[in-house]
Design a binder for this molecule. Structure first.
Ligand code: G
Ligand code: G
Ligand code: MN
Ligand code: NA
Length: 255
């Protein structure tokens, strides 16, 4: 079967689903979520974005998919706000593929979606990668500044695993560094050493950036990070990504 053709159908026949993974504060409150796309294929079952995002990038369907993700996310959060959403829920982040971000009409296609669903008191954050910034510094800078004026904030996904140029950190409107789970996974005891994690936390503090640790799977890891001043976590220890309906039920229960 042809994944690329199937993907075309997935968009038009609403086989794509929003799943969300909670982001949790040091006080144990869900303050935000990352949107993670799922493809529920009628015959093949659930297909992971790992298997179809790269195909969508190559076939040019990534922009249609991520525009859908953005619009559905804003629509959903708006409806949650109307139905009642805890005030502690403050931000939602969406992954943006570099090949989508760098398209010439990216901004002109995103703007109407943002205007259509303005959200009060909730930050909309785009997760981008270091490589996007380094490969396209000038154009990415321009786009980020325009989007920042529309209220978008930015996080660097998988921080520490891309090319390491640091100049973008204080020249671009970046709000959050997401420490890649690769650096969290080896932490087994409170006595372990994690020099890269220490350096990222120190650098973020100096630059006034927030940090989210990704891939937090154990209480030891959570505590290790908390002791070093990291106050936001995402990972299986708190929750796997949940279907949007299940996520909303969970956040309402927490209240
Ligand atoms: O949980 P997980 O299997 O959801 O995600 C696998 C990978 O797919 C992750 O790297 C995640 O960032 C990526 N991903 C999930 N949703 C999207 C999306 O909407 N756009 C892009 N570009 N990547 C996504
Ligand atoms: O690349 P990005 O960081 O956007 O992708 C998030 C990916 O990490 C998703 O595939 C998500 O399901 C996965 N993930 C989230 N929490 C954990 C975790 O605690 N452990 C592991 N191994 N993967 C996780
Ligand atoms: Mn991400
Ligand atoms: Na990541």
């Amino acid at each position: 079967w042809q994944l690329e053709e199937g993907l075309h159908k997935a968009i038009s026949q609403q086989e794509l689903e929003l799943w969300l993974q909670p982001q949790v504060t040091v006080q144990g409150v869900i303050s935000g979520a990352e949107v993670l796309l799922r493809w529920q294929h009628p015959d093949k079952g659930m297909i992971s974005p790992l298997d179809f995002i790269s195909v969508a990038e190559e076939s040019g369907q990534i922009s249609a998919i991520e525009e859908w993700v953005l619009e559905e996310t804003l629509k959903k959060v708006k409806s949650w706000q109307e139905a009642g959403l805890p005030k502690t829920f403050r931000h939602i982040s969406i992954n943006i593929s570099p090949s989508h971000f760098m398209q010439a009409d990216f901004i002109s296609r995103i703007e109407p979606i943002l205007k259509k669903y303005p959200l009060d008191n909730i930050d909309v954050e785009f997760e981008i990668t270091e490589n996007l910034l380094i490969d396209n510094f000038a154009q990415a800078t321009k786009s980020m500044k325009v989007l920042q004026e529309q209220g978008i904030s930015f996080s660097i996904d998988d921080f520490g695993t891309g090319y390491s140029s640091l100049r973008y950190l204080n020249q671009l409107p970046i709000n959050v560094l997401k420490i890649d789970r690769y650096f969290i996974a080896p932490i087994n005891t409170l006595e372990d050493e994690a020099p890269i994690v220490d350096v990222i936390l120190l650098m973020a503090k100096k630059l006034g950036l927030e940090v989210i640790a990704e891939g937090v799977e154990t209480e030891v890891q959570r505590q290790f990070l908390a002791e070093r001043g990291c106050r936001l976590y995402q990972g299986y220890y708190f929750s796997k990504p949940l279907h949007h309906g299940e996520f909303y039920a969970m956040i309402c229960r927490q209240q």
